[in-house]
Design a protein around this ligand. Structure first.
Ligand code: FES
Length: 111
């Protein structure tokens, strides 16, 4: 085991969210990188409610983002890769009502 301190710059993955830099340790999810950089909500429902990380295990679809132009990606399930261009989800894939989000149903008194 090495006693040398690690250089954080060499052990981080760098990407962008809406053009702003995000970063995390290798193997961490896009959602983890967003949370680590202080972002809590990264898309909105039709009603304007903010959504971000909820279940963290790929079940609720609250964390949808667009990654490198591909919409409807669950940010909690995708490891951040160097140079990724991450955007907030828009359109039908970014709408919790269209995906059956549990938190959206809870807010309406359902489920
Ligand atoms: S936070 Fe629930 S699917 Fe990603």
């Amino acid at each position: 085991m090495s006693s040398q301190p690690r250089d954080p710059a060499q052990s981080e993955i760098h990407a962008t969210f809406e053009g702003d830099p995000i970063r995390c340790a290798p193997g961490a999810s896009v959602a983890a990188a967003l949370i680590a950089t202080g972002k809590r909500g990264w898309r909105e429902t039709r009603s304007g409610a903010s959504r971000g990380l909820f279940c963290g295990i790929g079940v609720c679809f609250d964390c949808l983002v667009e990654i490198d132009g591909e919409s409807g990606q669950r940010s909690c399930m995708v490891p951040l890769k160097e140079g990724m261009d991450v955007r907030g989800a828009t359109g039908p894939g970014g709408d919790a009502e269209a995906t059956g989000s549990a938190t959206e149903l809870d807010a309406e008194g359902g489920a």
